[in-house]
Design a protein around this ligand. Sequence first.
Ligand code: PRT
Ligand code: ZN
Length: 283
Amino acid sequence: MIRIAIQAKGRLNEESCLLLRDAGITIDEAKRKFLGKAADFPLEVLYLRDDDIPEVVADGSADIGIVGLNEVEETGAGVKILRRLGFGNCRLSLAIPKGEDYPGLSYFDGKAIATSYPNILRKYLEENGIKASIREIKGSVEIAPAAGIADAIFDIVSSGGTLVSNGLKEVETVLHSEAVLIAGPDLPEDKLELIDAVLFRFDSVTLSRGKKYILMNLPAKAVEEAVKILPAMRSPTVMPLAAEGWCSLHSVVREKELWDKVEALKKIGAEGILVLNLDKVIL
Ligand code: PRT
Ligand code: ZN
């Protein structure tokens, strides 16, 4: 049995639950309490506040966890990062009132900066030789400059909308963050085996994200061109059709590139193009 800590409520909860579900690990939502048990995998889920996840994994109360890289860095907990998971993307940035000139990092010398991430900020300022005072605030950091509590802020930015609506501008990005899968430092062999099985499933789910399965009929003489358009994982699958001079070509394509590829394929004679959702990719 292994135990995974995930965020109980908040921005990472839904995607964390979805990742488990897509990996074939079903937790009964109705029975979801502080601790839940999977019906079909030897795994327990511990639902916590995100701030607590790195420490709980480091001290062995949970074996693995899903949490923002920002929290791992801030707590400095002794955990291993097993995977970047591709959701919860954001950045930790320094921002100042939008009317201010910004000459570079020296701007912050002698200034007060409000943040909920004092450790990451302290390290960054030290590394860059900047002497600023850090005001630790737990929430609504973005209002600190207007409220006269600080000159600048160091906070999470995603779309940038919060900064704009508070009259601030982002001037330095210190950390690019996303949800990561973390593991404790000393895990016994039987748990490591189960963690490997979870990793294998997570990888097949994350690899399939943002990709589509595409198949089409193609004149046989256009196959060479089509292979250049669709490199696929190894190379596309080509199968002869009953109609002479035609074949069926199957491949996997990034969703972002889908329409460009479809247009290029139509130009070389592709017909009857089908685009399907991809559930798992196992390499
Ligand atoms: O209750 P608990 O302690 O578990 O949750 P929390 O309130 O501390 O965290 P939560 O749920 O807000 O965020 C969890 C994690 O999501 C963070 O640690 C980040 O890793 C990640 N994440 C991704 C974000 C954002 N995007 C984000 N936009 N966390 C916070 N924000 C906030 C930010 O603080 C700012 O106030 O959203 C605002 C900025 O958003 P934009 O889009 O206006 O720039
Ligand atoms: Zn939190």
